[in-house]
Design a protein around this ligand. Structure first.
Ligand SMILES: [Fe+2]
Length: 370
């Protein structure tokens, strides 16, 4: 072995022992020509999820599970049970009469209902009843608990920004020490919240777009997110139907985003929540984003086409992920039915940090920034 080779090896060894790494060794990683992600495109099929959750509902008691959820674990991120490096999610099952006790945490969370009536989430004193397609928010720092008052199982998709919070050293152990104080009495620790708001408070207060009440307090708990905690599927469908007459985006079709009715901004600081509609026959162009998006098929069926001929086929209630940097387009394969995709993206985080870029590939192969 030549002297130079020996000296180089010695340099590497000595550097590593001192917590130093040679730039020229790391350069390929640092100066990566393409956006790098370790998460991979992946689909979790409802036909696989449902039987496993049903079995869990029989043999795993809620008292043990705390949350009876199967976590969407991206194979590229193992052993972490994360969908992307910013987004965490799972599918939860609540039998009639089951509940989860009140708690709060820095990550923002959401529920998107797939099946069953009678499910609810209480957030900052509001009991939010949940039906298929509804989005229920528990923005960062809000007290929340869950339950099922109905007579059938309730199943929903949970999405949180937990990996992002964890990467920023802010995914604390959940806080369960919830106290309520009645006037003149000692504080009492409780496992459920006393409901203090009228039924359907969020919808009654904020459901007319472009109008906000001016005599009410819009700060709810410690939240820096939306004071509107419930977004009804029926309202999303109505909004999308109103938009049909307009030319769709060439890549995303017709789409809407749920917003904070007070600021007009995203419903939580880190993630965007919305719905994409691809009408029957719509042909999307390929696009690539620096953000990552997770989807749940609320209506219809289709596939996601990616580079190198990779394809993800999906059907109703399936959940899938398109990580950052992926060239992709969604295809509605049902010639007589609109495709409706519930979508959650980390785009707001990337936008705030100046990292968000989106490209479109035209039919002739030209790539344009958007
Ligand atoms: Fe929670």
């Amino acid at each position: 072995m030549s002297t130079v080779v020996q000296e180089r090896e010695s340099l590497t060894k000595n550097s590593r022992q001192l917590g130093l790494t040679e730039y020229w060794v790391e350069r390929e990683i640092i100066e990566n020509p393409a956006n790098r992600t370790t998460a991979v495109p992946f689909v979790w099929h409802w036909k696989d999820i449902q039987p496993l959750l049903a079995k869990a509902s029989d043999i795993v008691p809620m008292e043990e599970a705390y949350r009876r959820a199967l976590l969407f674990s991206n194979p590229g991120l193992a052993p972490k049970a994360w969908m992307t490096t910013t987004i965490y999610g799972g599918c939860s099952w609540y039998n009639p009469g089951e509940s989860a006790e009140v708690h709060r945490h820095p990550p923002s969370a959401s529920r998107f209902v797939l099946q069953g009536n009678g499910g609810w989430t209480a957030v900052e004193g509001e009991k939010c009843m949940m039906a298929r397609g509804d989005l229920i928010l528990t923005p960062n720092g809000t007290w929340h608990n869950h339950g099922n008052d109905g007579n059938e199982p309730v199943i929903w998709v949970d999405i949180l920004d937990l990996p992002l919070a964890e990467n920023l050293n802010n995914s604390w152990v959940m806080e369960y020490d919830y106290y309520e104080v009645k006037s003149g009495e000692k504080a009492v620790q409780r496992t459920t919240q006393t409901i203090t708001k009228t039924d359907d408070y969020s919808v009654k207060t904020y459901s007319v777009g472009g109008i906000k009440p001016t005599f009410m307090d819009h700060q709810r708990g410690l939240s820096t997110g939306s004071p509107m905690f419930v977004y009804r599927w029926a309202d999303a469908v109505k909004a999308l139907n109103n938009l049909r007459e307009f030319e769709p985006d060439p890549c995303g079709g017709h789409s809407i985003e749920y917003i904070n009715p007070i600021t007009g901004g995203t419903v939580v600081p880190t993630l965007s929540f919305g719905v994409y509609m691809h009408e029957a026959g719509f042909q999307a162009d390929f696009q690539r984003k620096t953000s990552s998006t997770v989807y749940c098929v609320i209506q219809g069926k289709g596939r996601t086409e990616m580079d190198n001929g990779k394809v993800m086929e999906w059907d109703e209630n399936d959940v899938f992920v398109v990580p950052s940097g992926t060239w992709y387009r969604h295809v509605n394969t049902d010639p007589s039915n609109d495709l409706m995709l519930y979508a959650v993206s980390d785009e707001p985080t990337l936008t705030k940090l100046g990292f968000f870029v989106r490209h479109r590939r035209l039919a002739d192969g030209t790539i344009v920034a958007r």
